[in-house]
Design a protein around this ligand. Sequence first.
Ligand code: NDP
Length: 601
Amino acid sequence: MDKQLNNQEALNFDPDALRKKYKEERDKRIRKDGNNQYKEIAGEFSNYIDDPYVKEKIVRPPLHDEVEVVVIGGGFAGLLAVGRLKEVGIKNVRIIEKGGDIGGTWYWNRYPGAACDTEAYIYLPLCEELNYMPKSKYAYASEIFAHCKRIANHYNIYDNACLQTEVTDMEWEASTSRWLIKTNQQDAMRAKFVIMCNGPFNRPKLPGIQGISTYKGHTFHTSRWDYSYTGGDAKGNLNKLKDKKVAIIGTGATSIQCIPHLAASAKELYVFQRTPSSIDVRDNRPTDPEWVKNLQPGWQKERMDNFNEATSGKIVEKDLVMDGWTEIIGSLVSLAKFRGTEINPAEIPRLMELADFKKMESIRARVDSIVKDPKTAEALKPYYRQFCKRPCFHDEYLPTFNRPNVFLIDTDGKGVQSINEQGILVEGQLYEVDCIIFATGFEVGTGYTRRAGYDPIGKNGISLSQKWANGIRTLHSFHVHDFPNMFVIGHAHGGYTTSYTHCFDVKAKHLSYIIGECLKKGMKEIEVTPEAEQAWVDEIIRVHRNQEAFQAACTPGYYNNEGNPSQLAAQNSAYGKGPIAYFEKLDAWREEGSMKGLKLS
Ligand code: NDP
């Protein structure tokens, strides 16, 4: 326990002043239109989600066949689902994927500098099984995408994959006990089971800036990087920008990674900022061959579990990953759990706030130590609690603002006012640019089926959007009553961990067990009972970690539904006891062996 936190005299910041400053910064960003400030990418904007990576459009006859399992989405969740199904002997499995290849997030996000903030040794699944060792502690997108393809090849996933194919409709056919799945390739295929792995950041969004469609220059969204315009590749060297004035709107986790490359290549770079991100140390390094030599079988699972424990509040004997996540989450959570005699438990929220202030002071001091121009440095300092927004880790982003060709246009929390034919307007000043890059993120607070792009119709004609209109309802995050033989792999109602792929794999194994058992027993239908679904919803609400006060005090962003914490936050949340308790629940459920809560017929 940090003694300094217990002794206000020794603090070199004023908590009251910071609290006041955080509130002011938050208040000026709150907008009445909340999530509606963004433009849906549809209609006149639909070109923003065209696939720039496809070289040849797939032309194939429509499929009217039947498979055992359809998995929708070819990201890590989908790949692991197929892989684990095949391991239990279910071979007739088909992935349907909108992109030109599998990979999901790592197919779409190829912007220069794209990388994952979760350590590669735990993020890349199946490293031991596939005998693959990541090249460095943090992997770049191209390495991760290649690993996705390695998994797909290992499990022969390509053999039966429908790429460049979007599900448009999905309906339960009671007469055959099958799902009828229609796609934009005119397929009308049937499947005994469907696993939906649509992904959390699959629908890019645009800011609702006035005049956005009047701009005459070039534009694109970071998740559809236009290398034909910029030149270069994911490593940078964007040679076609050398005579271009480029603007980028947004300064979230994506922007942080591509800005150094844009700055190195463009004639001029204008960074339009509404809220600065917190930028902690990255400290990437190549994989040490000596360390690899000494690894024992089972090392990856051990490391994943250790990370999970360290970031879930368990006191680990040794922090194996030792990264920004284990440091910040681990120290905050262990502080909250502190049961020592020195601290009165009632003091814990205040101490956590102080620990957060202290951490954020160090983040702000880092800006001062790197960025030379004091005005720019001040504008780059985040004034909010660290988990109000997604923390970022980067070592080249801040130094970029010392370059003479880079201009930070801070909008003082208001965002870009308008766009006209020539460029971007802020405070009445026009910034004429050749190109605008939207680093404005993805839909998060919108409905599941809107983001999926299809609305499954279950028994008695009920749609999933109707079913979930008043909040998500599942058993264990997978099963939905009235939607037999359909399973969801997502974040709601499950154990959330910063290492997404770990969770996906646990879920994939669990579902392969359930589907395997159904097929073994010759069962045609499996459906959660209304009682079991209700019991899980009740448990989700009961164990929900109430973050309402914290979120309400946060600067707006997708973590707090743009400053309007959702009324359904409790019901739509992840399992509040954390991933370890959730994984143990699934293990215990399988061990019990009766498929409790599910009706098999
Ligand atoms: P974000 O939603 O995090 O960021 C969007 C940015 O656009 C914010 O800075 C936002 O400002 C800004 N913005 C929105 N509207 C306006 C406007 N009108 N004027 C000016 N600025 C505006 O999207 P990202 O793509 O950066 O990241 C999405 C998520 O993807 C991350 O949170 C992370 O989970 C994941 N990711 C992970 C990476 C990794 O592992 N390293 C890398 C990239 C992404 P404001 O903050 O004020 O809303």
